[in-house]
Ligand binder design. Structure first.
Ligand SMILES: Cc1cc2nc3c(=O)[nH]c(=O)nc-3n(C[C@H](O)[C@H](O)[C@H](O)COP(=O)(O)O)c2cc1C
Length: 149
């Protein structure tokens, strides 16, 4: 898997227990019509139950200068849950879920299907709102290292 080149995202949601999110490279566009994408979430991730329960999530594609956000939400510096949102500037999007300022694009999705495959929950989301941000350098991940492309 480390040979796959991938864009880096932070996927977020909110429940009555608060905000949560995780860094993800496993994000794929499924369909344009209706606009649909999927995210693969390890079921051992602490936030996995929250994503199923919330029924909505946001996919924030990171810009080249947002590596600290990727590290914070990637479990690399012991921050958990709400603490992760201290990194970066976050506001509430159209679906009431956390949206990152300065992201390349944010897709706010309603969960339409969740399927368990091996160790992961595959979350299929219908895109209900798109926020276009900076069309500049993106953060990518290859060979267990971050790249700016
Ligand atoms: C660059 C990068 C990409 C990642 N991609 C994914 C992914 O696609 N799916 C996933 O479940 N975890 C992925 N992770 C790991 C999760 O971000 C990490 O397990 C999670 O933040 C742990 O959260 P928790 O401490 O709340 O369980 C990735 C981590 C990094 C640093």
């Amino acid at each position: 898997m480390s040979r796959l080149v991938a864009a880096v995202h932070v996927v977020t949601t909110r429940t009555s227990e608060g905000r949560t999110g995780f860094t993800a490279t496993a994000v794929v566009s499924v369909s344009d019509s209706p606009p649909t994408l999927l995210v693969c979430l390890n079921r051992r991730n602490h936030s996995a139950p929250a994503f199923r329960r919330a029924g909505v999530f946001a996919v924030n594609m990171l810009a080249g200068d947002q590596q600290p956000v990727a590290l914070g939400f990637g479990g690399r510096n012991d921050l958990a849950g709400e603490q992760r949102f201290a990194i970066g500037h976050w506001h509430e999007g159209h679906l009431g879920i956390p949206v990152l300022a300065g992201a390349v694009v944010v897709f706010e999705c309603r969960l339409v299907e969740a399927r368990t495959i091996a160790t992961h929950d595959v979350l299929v989301g219908r895109v209900e709102a798109v926020t276009l941000g900076r069309d500049g350098p993106r953060l990518a991940y290859l060979g267990r290292e971050f790249l700016v492309v």
